[in-house]
Design a protein around this ligand. Structure first.
Ligand code: UGA
Length: 429
């Protein structure tokens, strides 16, 4: 099939590449000339495990191409996926101007029947607006269908999540586009759910909010664990084995960040408010998330007392493992708060240092994770990178002026750390 993806961010680039990998003919469109040039020259704008190899293979096979021209993408394909950013606004609502702009451009370039698919995360009822916009700006008065097809991939696991989805959601206003949509996804052999557009849009916000709720729930439990001497990992394992609950997304830590959960929660609360419902449950999820960071900083202050002129090592800058994405990263927030209290930081991240340099200044970036602790009063773990578990703990202990570690991601065993001579403070244990 001939498919066009408009927007080459995390979702768009992974979607286009994976569709090409299963044999479709894919055009990826982006307005950012520098990004298109980079991709045409086989460079990568983001780090995502396995993606670079897939892009190279599919470009070489002639199944994947990149262009600046929306017109080209619209004319040459049967299905047009919109995967543009939907950034947050100060009041929590979503800025849909990219969606609107792309809908108009698609309309102006349509010469025959097209299926226009919204893959960006949007508030419920956006599909109606996209359809209205296309109808208004379509010069040729040709037929089209709007489909909502939310994406559930996680950064850091994006290729795997896309190639082996738990489900594919197809939201439609009429049965006409269903067959073509099913055909596009047929190679992935996943359960397909066909719904109306509003339900499909709601499925995305409801899924992300529920996952955020799970994280805040276990973070709240971690507070009770600390007050009682219980262990949050054991509680998570104990409840997670109940298949009605499930163990995933029950890792206590510094709270969730990134470009999805915080934004989607705010957007879902806002749209609910506009629809006449005060979604207090989700406001509480946000509050617990913010408090989790406050509590961790307090833990550092209680141990180190005054932070001014203390040297602190920080491992992890990305918002989670396996990515170079630092947008709304709890690790960056932590660094900035420690800096505001006058601490001097030595930091390391396996992948995110170059992106972090644009937003986190006046820190020492250290190339080797085992060198970060050098001369520091304490070491902090801020991101759940699996490589940090291979830290040379013996050396780290000797490098620290005081053997203190604050583990915001529960990577180590408290008893083993104590045996190794660390003063070790983690979350809910
Ligand atoms: C999230 C969803 O998981 C995807 O399904 C969705 O497609 C995506 O948003 C999106 O809307 O585009 P993502 O933001 O890439 O994916 O990352 P997650 O793996 O969900 O992690 C989000 C945050 O939660 C991270 O800061 C992570 O450290 C934190 N987290 C995750 C925890 O604190 N504990 C956990 O148990 C799991």
């Amino acid at each position: 099939m001939k498919l066009t993806i408009i927007g080459t961010g995390y979702v768009g680039l992974v979607t286009g590449t994976c569709f090409a990998e299963v044999g479709h003919q894919v055009i990826c469109v982006d307005k950012d000339t520098a990004k298109v040039k980079l991709l045409q020259a086989r460079g990568m704008p983001i780090y995502e495990p396995g993606l670079e190899e897939l892009v190279q293979r599919n470009v070489a096979a002639g199944r994947l191409s990149f262009t600046n021209s929306t017109a080209e993408g619209v004319v040459k394909s049967d299905i047009i996926f919109i995967a543009v950013p939907t950034p947050p606004q100060p009041d929590g609502s979503v800025d849909l101007s990219f969606m609107e702009g792309v809908s108009r451009e698609i309309a102006q370039n349509m010469t025959g029947y097209k299926i226009v698919v919204d893959k960006s995360t949007v508030p419920v009822k956006t599909g109606d607006k996209v359809a209205e916009t296309i109808k208004r700006y379509c010069k040729a008065r040709v037929d089209f269908d709007v489909v909502s097809n939310p994406e559930f991939l996680r950064e850091g696991f994006a290729v795997d999540d896309f190639m082996k989805p738990d489900r594919v959601v197809i939201g439609v206003r009429s049965p006409r586009p269903v067959q073509a949509m099913k055909q596009a996804y047929e190679p992935f052999q996943a359960p397909v759910i066909v719904t109306d557009i509003n339900s499909a849009e709601l499925i995305k916000h409801a899924a992300n909010s529920f996952l955020a709720l799970k994280i805040s729930y276990i973070n709240a439990i971690s507070v009770i664990c600390e007050a009682t001497g219980a262990n949050v990992n054991e509680v998570a394992n104990g409840i997670g084995l109940d298949t009605r609950i499930g163990r995933r997304f029950l890792d206590a830590g510094l709270g969730f960040g990134g470009s999805c959960f915080p934004k989607d929660l705010s957007a879902f609360i806002k749209i609910s408010e506009q629809l006449g419902y005060d979604f207090r449950l989700l406001k509480e999820v946000q509050r617990i998330n913010a408090e989790q960071m406050d509590r961790f900083i307090k833990k550092i202050e209680e141990t180190l007392w005054v932070l001014k002129d203390k040297n602190i090592g920080v491992l992890g800058l990305a918002f989670k493992q396996n990515t170079d994405d630092v947008r709304l990263s709890p690790a960056i927030e932590l660094c900035e708060r420690l800096q505001r209290e006058g601490a001097q930081l030595r930091v390391h991240d396996p992948r995110a240092m170059s992106k972090a340099k644009a937003i986190l200044r006046d820190v020492t970036y250290v190339d080797d994770m085992n060198d970060v602790a050098q001369g520091c009063d304490a070491l902090v773990i801020a991101t759940e990178w699996p490589e940090f578990k291979k830290l040379d703990l013996e050396r780290v202990r000797k490098e620290l002026t005081h053997p203190i570690m604050f583990d915001g991601r529960n990577l180590f065993d408290p008893q083993e750390m104590e045996t190794l001579g660390f003063i070790y403070k983690s979350i809910g244990r």
